[in-house]
Write a new protein. Structure first.
Length: 98
């Protein structure tokens, strides 16, 4: 799907990561262990980066293990950029910057 869309426009995979509910999504803290995080919640994003070469990733409003996703250096830098080799652009959701 991503590769098809990106023949015409840039695709954006969202909401990175663990933003799975609407209630309290601006203040929710998703506490998830590393194995579950990688095998369940990050797997679709990893595929979007590594297999489909998605152009952009949008952060979720929520916190991941205590840190807001748009400020989460581990998720954005260590995983997304360094481990997966993401070269595209990262953006926050509307008012996602805290």
């Amino acid at each position: 799907w991503i590769r098809g869309v990106q023949r015409h426009v840039a695709a954006c995979a969202k909401h990175f990561v663990c933003n799975d509910q609407e209630d309290y999504r601006h203040t929710l803290n998703s506490v998830v262990d590393q194995q579950t995080l990688h095998e369940v919640y990050m797997a679709p994003f990893e595929a979007a980066v590594r297999e489909a070469d998605v152009d952009s990733i949008m952060c979720g409003y929520n916190r991941l293990n205590g840190t807001y996703c748009a400020e989460n250096e581990w998720a954005l830098q260590k995983v997304l950029r360094e481990a997966w080799g993401f070269k595209g652009w990262i953006l926050s959701d509307w008012f996602g910057n805290q």
